[in-house]
Ligand binder design. Sequence first.
Ligand SMILES: O=C1O[C@H](COP(=O)(O)O)[C@@H](O)[C@H](O)[C@H]1O
Length: 261
Amino acid sequence: MGKQVNLYSFPSVETLATALRSYLISCQEAGLERHGVFKVGVSGGSLPKTLAQALLAPAKDESDKVKWESWEIFFADERAVPLNHEDSNYALLKKELLDKLPQGTPQPTVHTIDESVLDDTQELADRYEQTLVRSFASRDSVKLPIFDLLLLGCGPDGHTCSLFPGHELLRETEAWVSPIEDSPKPPPRRITLTLPVVTHAVRVAFVATGSGKKEIMKDIFEEGKGLPCALVNEATGERCSWFVDNAAVEGVSYPKRPFSL
Ligand SMILES: O=C1O[C@H](COP(=O)(O)O)[C@@H](O)[C@H](O)[C@H]1O
């Protein structure tokens, strides 16, 4: 396992959210410096709620400002459902965060899936890949997109994005976005960023909270076991940071670091 992965553990989700805010602002500023925008991929599951806690807090000062107008938001994975469906990762982000932005806040650019091709997951993935090509290819490497930041979750089975343990998709080397028709977690039909895209990001941050995650955290950090989250750790090393609460890492021997930027 990549020895330098940063594991930050906090006594509460509230303290985690405060640190996550500082981290996001620093990634935002680095993105702005790099290419004048901040390109971030977000996940579904429990992440949007914690993200909202981090980002909806009022700025302490000018240097703590979320520059929403510079944010280009993509989805690390998405379910093949309409954008207003309760299983949609976009709908979740909208409900938890986007709809709660104070009135008058400049809007981020949000890149959603093309709802007109939901019945064909390969086409859905191809069209989302084209969305990435339009945004990334001209400025970044055309071989792989380079996200400024990917915000990922960790499922209780060690999955991240819609990359599941033991699934053949973990061996994908060409596509940027792939379809999956047999997700073990419902709904079964989804699209996901592939592992090479995930591990190519400038920074990767996992957010995992609650005691329900502690067994899988032991597996990921102590044995790896080829779990998708462990594969990301191994490939990204110090570019990867985990924001967890103490409950999620109870009994995990991997050294925790005090949070610093
Ligand atoms: O199905 C999914 O699950 C993962 C993990 O979710 P969590 O609720 O355990 O945080 C999530 O990251 C992914 O985006 C989602 O589609």
